[in-house]
Ligand binder design. Structure first.
Ligand code: NDP
Length: 240
């Protein structure tokens, strides 16, 4: 029987590429989103992948949403915690609101996404937890104290979950993308984007599909002994 994968923020950007790659591998896929109904409806129409709307920052909403997915699509074997936001500001201008929004979505959101599926994975003796972190969690970034803190926190989450889940057949790994050509990055002013590309030895932005292929590998049986790892996919920008 086909395994079921849940991809948060799976209707746009990197998440959409992940949802499509997992579907192409034969998984049943459910993708979530926060509020962009139009993009989600378009995505479902184009791909046939079911989309579900909830706020990953809210535990009760996440738990209820996951229960719905499990009833309608199947028990979740693979969870990809991909939903994320930025609220950039230099530290001296960063507001507590900007700090909390990013922590609640990118860090607590991972807890809220993984916790409701964890016991089912333990009972079924199989699970894949894949968290989309960031190069900026590895190296820090100007004006991203909040974002970098969450993405570094993701690495602590997977290393700890790996140790707790290993004997139950569950792996937990993180992918740290460098700069990928999504709306999040294309929204950056062109001059800034050019200077970013200038810092990438590969001389280009990554493509969402390049991250999706890493996810597909981590989701597969072939990756069973890779646990608690961080895969850096950044065009040689930074070596970890
Ligand atoms: P996008 O902005 O293109 O898409 C973000 C997705 O997350 C959307 O589907 C959005 O839903 C969803 N989302 C945002 N907030 C919430 C929330 N509170 N609850 C539920 N869903 C939410 O992002 P990217 O594809 O660029 O990024 C995906 C991940 O990759 C993020 O974690 C990001 O930090 C990480 N990353 C991205 C890089 C890049 O270069 N793009 C580099 C390194 C890491 P909706 O459509 O409704 O808005």
């Amino acid at each position: 029987m086909a395994r079921t994968a849940l991809v948060t923020g799976g209707s746009r950007g990197i998440g959409a590429a992940i949802s499509k790659a997992l579907k192409a591998e034969g998984y049943n896929v459910a993708a979530t989103y926060a509020g962009n109904d139009e993009a989600a409806a378009k995505f479902t129409k184009e791909t046939g992948i079911a989309t579900y709307k909830w706020n990953v920052a809210d535990y009760d909403e996440s738990k209820a949403g996951i229960e719905k997915v499990e009833a309608e699509v199947g028990a979740i074997d693979i969870v990809v915690a991909n939903a994320g936001i930025t609220r950039d500001a230099p530290f001296h201008k960063m507001t507590p609101e900007q700090w909390h929004q990013v922590i609640d979505t990118n860090l607590t959101g991972v807890f809220n996404t993984v916790h409701p599926v964890w016991n089912g994975m333990r009972e079924r003796k199989f699970g894949r937890v894949i968290v989309i972190s960031s190069i900026n969690g590895q190296k820090g970034q100007f004006a991203q104290v909040n974002y970098a803190a969450t993405k570094a926190g993701d690495l602590g989450i997977v290393k700890s979950l790996a140790q707790e889940g290993a004997r139950a057949g569950i792996t937990a790994n993180a992918i740290c993308p460098g700069y990928i050509a999504t709306e999040m990055v294309m929204a950056v002013p062109e001059k800034v984007r050019e200077s970013i590309i200038g810092q990438i030895p590969a001389g280009r932005l990554g493509e969402p599909e390049e991250i999706a292929r890493c996810v597909a590998f981590l989701a597969s049986d072939d990756s069973q002994f890779i646990n608690g790892s961080t895969i850096s996919a950044n065009g040689a920008q930074f070596f970890v």
